[in-house]
Design a protein around this ligand. Structure first.
Ligand code: ADP
Ligand code: ADP
Length: 234
């Protein structure tokens, strides 16, 4: 495995007259298996950074390196392909298809990748069980609580064995206690799978579950904190 590495990211929205500089030169290295919380005031560039790191938004300048490739210079098709095979996504809410039961929702990335249906459903059900949803496999999103629906979304982000999971305010629609449980599930499951996690959040308690927190302001990373002491070099 390799780090996810951003170098000199600048993102400007709009044209000269009304341009907004959302990223003003961001460098960030996310080590394999590391979980990074991105915090900061509204408008500081958190979502923009997440989208650029995940290859869904092109920066104005700078690069994003992943497994030896620069996402920003890859052709669209190759970047989409890489995103599907290597990245998982969790959003705030409303990301599940309402007409599909939990097991089919969580299996979607595998089904889209051409995995035979029985294998895809089987893998999906194992992840659901692992996330505490045994017995709920056939429930539709409307029959699940907010926290349960987010666990289905976490299962869906992980079924394809991604190298990195990107999450944008994954607890934003949940009460405090449920959000805490969902973050524990997200960080634990991601770590168990050996993937890195990049999570945008307003919530200090969410950041508590991550190995590192970076604080943004005006499009820049202005502070960083490690949750755990860094192991001394051998
Ligand atoms: P955060 O996630 O920290 O709230 P964002 O990345 O959403 O910050 O936004 C950073 C800045 O860029 C804000 O000033 C926001 O209004 C602006 N911005 C974000 N997306 C767009 C867009 N699609 N078009 C124009 N301005 C945008
Ligand atoms: P967040 O709460 O995560 O910062 P927002 O609700 O600000 O997200 O933005 C949601 C979406 O709208 C994002 O994809 C962002 O790029 C876009 N967006 C944010 N600000 C603007 C803006 N000023 N103009 C156009 N699009 C925007």
């Amino acid at each position: 495995s390799a780090p996810l590495e951003a170098r000199g990211l600048v993102k400007t929205y709009g044209d000269q007259g009304v341009a907004t500089r959302a990223l003003a030169g961001v460098d960030l290295v996310v080590a394999p298996g590391e979980s990074v919380a991105i915090m900061g005031p509204s408008g500081s560039g958190k979502t923009t950074l997440l989208h650029v790191l995940a290859g869904v938004l092109a920066p104005t300048s700078g690069s994003v390196l992943w497994r030896g490739q620069d996402l920003t210079t890859l052709p669209d098709r190759a970047r989409t392909q890489l995103r599907r095979s290597d990245f998982g996504f969790v959003f705030q809410a409303g990301q599940l298809l309402p007409e599909l039961p939990a097991d089919e929702n969580a299996a979607l990335p595998l089904l889209l990748a051409g995995t035979p249906r029985p294998t895809a459903i089987d893998t999906s059900r194992r992840w659901l069980a692992h996330l505490g949803l045994a017995g709920m496999e056939r429930r539709r999103p409307g029959e699940l609580s907010g926290g349960q629906a987010q666990r289905v979304a976490i299962a869906r982000a992980l079924v394809g064995r991604p190298g990195v999971v990107f999450a944008d305010e994954p607890t934003g629609a949940l009460d405090r206690h449920t959000g805490w449980e969902v973050m524990q599930a997200l960080t634990t499951a991601t770590r168990a799978q050996g993937a890195s996690l990049v999570v945008v959040t307003h919530d200090e308690e969410v950041a508590h579950w991550c190995s590192r927190t970076v604080h943004m302001r005006d499009g820049l990373i202005v502070a960083e904190a490690h949750a755990q002491p860094v192991a001394p070099a051998a």
